[in-house]
Design a protein around this ligand. Structure first.
Ligand code: GDP
Ligand code: MG
Length: 593
């Protein structure tokens, strides 16, 4: 136990966590030198530069003649996965706090840091990318000293690119981070901080032992789910799984126990022995609940069962994805999917497309609403289409978030205007250093899921970072805005919006849909309505377009090619009544300027 160090790396996205982790793995000869990064496996992750699922890896390192075992626990870097971050942090005694030498402290640097401090982790501040010409390590050091109240000498300057500072980081991990504590003789208590799905072995759960010993073949119980298993295999995580006969207090390892789906294993749960259980679970366990919902529909009705099978497969290794069948008058049979956040939603959509080749229409995302009737009964609704008749509703509650935005003084004005437009309430404003400011807002989550990130990015020219945490439900004056095409309401286009914004939104929706729906061989009326009241209208004029007209004579093959081409172009269209509606029209509300 004395020679074990368990640590994680916390950083804002793109500050170089994965690159630096690679340098540590190379320096300790855990991996051979390669060009790519080792910790992020999935293609998608690479493209986005985001570590979606956390992993852990063990290094061996000899320092001043003594052998140490260093367990690096990788944490996901995005707000959507903050519960998983908190469990990874709970498994560590220390953290490297990485800050980009040109970017300085950002929103996720701070929110991850607070989480680490909450769990009493020893923090080792590291300024990364010191090789860059734009690096400004002095100023960033000021920010870090201000933030942590640490000494200047404690801040390590490094570069994941050149390898500068890597040796110093390893020395600091050993010297400054305390070894794990606990009682080998106490009943087993191991914290599950992650799990992965393996198509041959089933679910592999990663844990850190707080107390006790686990041996191969032990009969174990997962405290919160109450499920019992045999520990078929336990071991440590190097580049591969390395089986061991036993793991002891302070160790980080894995267990394979015949579990088939990730739903059975809850991150944050406690593993204990059936014969001699611990008397309470490790604190901090939560059931993660989806925050954002959207309808996912196959374009071809007969692909419904394929879509179900694909979603089930995705769920095998993504326990936070939920789905249930629903039907829409406009879109037919599909599923209402629940996601942790917007990024999670995008990832699922992309995986459906890439890995399963599913051709789907997704509806505008929304949040979960609490609908209270006149008798005081509450119903949770995940779909504007599922709203009861307005006359039955007493009031509606919607989820709020507490958000933090870090930016420079130049952009405070526009950002405040944006937040105000999103019904945000300013909580406070704090200077971090020089001209950099942190602004806190209470904002309805429903406003964030609609084009907030993109707007924030564009008005701040990228100089704003954003982070949020759920902050309860509040009563709001929400109304359902319906869209009608040729007099027929299209349920998949309904949204819930604040009464003060409804007229403006209805008008802009009609205008946008006019742009997005191609002209057809008849006039199309687009209307926005609240209840029975029409509040806006646009018309798409008919066009007579015969695409084969210019293929004179009997050139049949050319004609057929053209028709096929046209058919392909239509793939992402959905027939609603007699109107062909393209996929992007269902997301029109996201594109309002
Ligand atoms: P993460 O999102 O924190 O894991 O960041 P990555 O490790 O993926 O790095 C983000 C980007 O910064 C990548 O393009 C890296 O190549 C680059 N990068 C990382 N560390 C350094 C560094 O020390 N110097 C320079 N110049 N670039 C770096
Ligand atoms: Mg990364």
């Amino acid at each position: 136990m004395k020679n074990i160090r368990n640590f994680c790396i916390i950083a804002h996205i793109d500050h170089g966590k994965s690159t630096l982790a690679d340098r540590l793995l190379e320096f300790t000869k855990t991996i051979q030198v390669t060009s790519g990064q080792m910790l992020d496996n999935m293609d998608l992750e690479k493209e986005r530069g985001i570590t979606i699922k956390s992993h852990a890896i063990q290094m061996e390192y000899t320092y001043k003649g003594e052998k140490y075992v260093l367990n690096l626990i990788d944490t996901p870097g995005h707000v959507d996965f903050s519960y998983e971050v908190s469990r990874s942090i709970a498994a560590c005694e220390g953290a490297l706090l990485i800050v980009d030498a040109s970017q300085g402290v950002q929103a996720q640097t701070i929110s991850n840091l607070y989480m680490a401090i909450e769990h009493d982790l020893e923090i080792i501040p590291v300024i990364n990318k010191c090789d860059m010409v734009s690096a400004n390590p002095e100023e960033v050091e000021d920010e870090i000293v201000e933030l942590l109240g640490c000494k200047r000498e404690e801040v390590i300057r490094a570069s994941g690119k050149t390898g500068m500072g890597v040796e110093e980081i390893l020395a600091a991990v050993i010297e400054r981070i305390p070894h794990p504590e606990g009682d080998d003789d106490a009943p087993l208590q191991a914290l599950i901080f992650d799990s992965v799905f393996n198509s041959f072995r089933g679910i592999i759960a990663y844990f850190k032992i707080e107390n006790g010993v686990i041996r191969k073949g032990d009969k174990v119980k997962f405290f919160n789910t109450g499920k019992e298993y045999d520990a078929d295999e336990v071991g440590v995580l190097k580049m591969d799984l390395v089986p061991r006969n036993e793991l002891r207090t302070g160790d980080v390892g894995y267990i394979i126990s015949g579990i088939k789906t990730s739903k059975e294993v809850k991150v944050g749960d406690t593993i204990t022995h059936i014969a001699r259980p611990c008397d309470k679970a490790i604190a901090g366990f939560e059931e993660v609940k989806p925050m954002v919902f959207a309808g996912v529909y196959p374009i071809e009705a007969e692909e419904f069962e394929d879509l179900r099978a694909s979603l089930e497969k995705l769920q095998l290794n993504d326990a936070s994805l939920t789905f249930q069948p629903e039907s829409s008058l406009a879109l037919g049979f599909g599923f209402r999917c629940g996601f942790l956040g917007l990024l999670h939603m995008e990832i699922v959509q992309e995986r459906l497309d890439r890995e399963f080749d599913m051709n789907v229409i997704t509806t505008v995302p929304n949040v979960s609403y609490h609908i209270f009737d006149k008798q005081g009964n509450m119903k949770e609704v995940h779909n504007p289409g599922g709203m009861p008749d307005p006359t039955m509703i007493d009031h509606i509650e919607e989820p709020y978030i507490k958000s933090s935005i870090i930016t420079t003084t130049d952009y405070i004005g526009p950002i405040m205007t944006l937040c105000l437009g999103k019904r945000g309430e300013l909580i406070k404003q704090e200077y971090i250093s020089g001209n950099r400011v942190e602004i806190y807002y209470n904002i309805p989550l429903g406003e964030i899921v609609i084009d907030f990130y993109d707007k924030l990015k564009s008005i701040s020219k990228g100089y704003a970072s954003f982070d949020y945490h759920p902050n309860g439900f509040r009563t709001s004056k929400l109304v359902k805005l319906d869209i009608l095409l040729n007099g027929e309401p299209v349920d998949a286009l309904s949204t819930l919006t604040h009464v003060d914004n409804a007229y403006d939104m209805g008008k802009r929706m009609c205008e946008k849909l006019k742009e997005l729906i191609p002209r057809q061989q008849f006039d199309i009326a687009i209307q926005a309505a609240i209840g029975a009241k029409i509040i806006s209208r646009e018309t798409i004029k008919a066009v007579r377009k015969d695409v084969t007209a210019k293929c004179y004579g009997g050139d049949v093959s050319r004609k057929r090619k053209l028709l096929e081409k046209q058919k392909k172009g239509k793939k992402r269209m959905k027939q609603i009544g007699n109107v062909e509606v393209p996929q992007k029209a269902f997301l029109a509300v996201l594109k309002l300027d």
